[in-house]
Design a protein around this ligand. Structure first.
Ligand SMILES: Nc1ncnc2c1ncn2[C@@H]1O[C@H](COP(=O)(O)OP(=O)(O)O)[C@@H](O)[C@H]1O
Ligand SMILES: [Mg+2]
Length: 119
């Protein structure tokens, strides 16, 4: 089906989850951020303000999402960490990488978490 509106995307996300008996579906939505379907619907807006090059944003998201889950994050925590990483790479020109330090400090500033990174 065509999915051109937020409502359509929500239908697709939930249908995919049911049809393939998935725990969770994560749909990335470019400048709209991403939405996680895990029974509920969690909309995670992008925080990126300066966008120079979106190359590799989706690849960054799936890599960081998977790594965060493997490291013990919940689906929602993993999506938020991945969204932070996606927001970092779109602010860099070319196919870019994200360092641990950048990811921790960006995540902390988005979610207003105090303290400094010891990495
Ligand atoms: N134009 C943009 N403005 C702000 N954030 C973006 C933009 N494009 C991508 N992002 C960020 O990168 C993530 C993945 O990008 P997306 O375009 O959805 O994937 P893909 O690279 O597979 O097309 C988004 O969820 C969002 O966090
Ligand atoms: Mg895109």
């Amino acid at each position: 089906m065509d999915a051109n509106s937020r409502e359509d995307i929500d239908i697709v996300g939930q249908k995919l989850k049911e049809q393939y008996k998935l725990d969770t579906v994560l749909i990335t939505r470019s400048e709209e951020g991403m939405t996680l379907y895990d029974g509920g619907i969690h909309n995670i807006p992008t925080y990126a303000k300066e966008v120079y090059d979106v190359t590799g944003a989706g690849d960054t998201v799936i890599s960081v999402f998977t790594l965060a889950r493997a490291a013990g994050a919940t689906w929602e925590e993993a999506a938020k960490i991945a969204n932070a990483a996606g927001g970092i790479v779109v602010g860099k020109i070319g196919t870019s990488t994200v360092s641990e330090k950048e990811l921790i400090s960006t995540y902390n500033s988005i979610y207003n978490i105090g303290g400094t990174c010891k990495c």
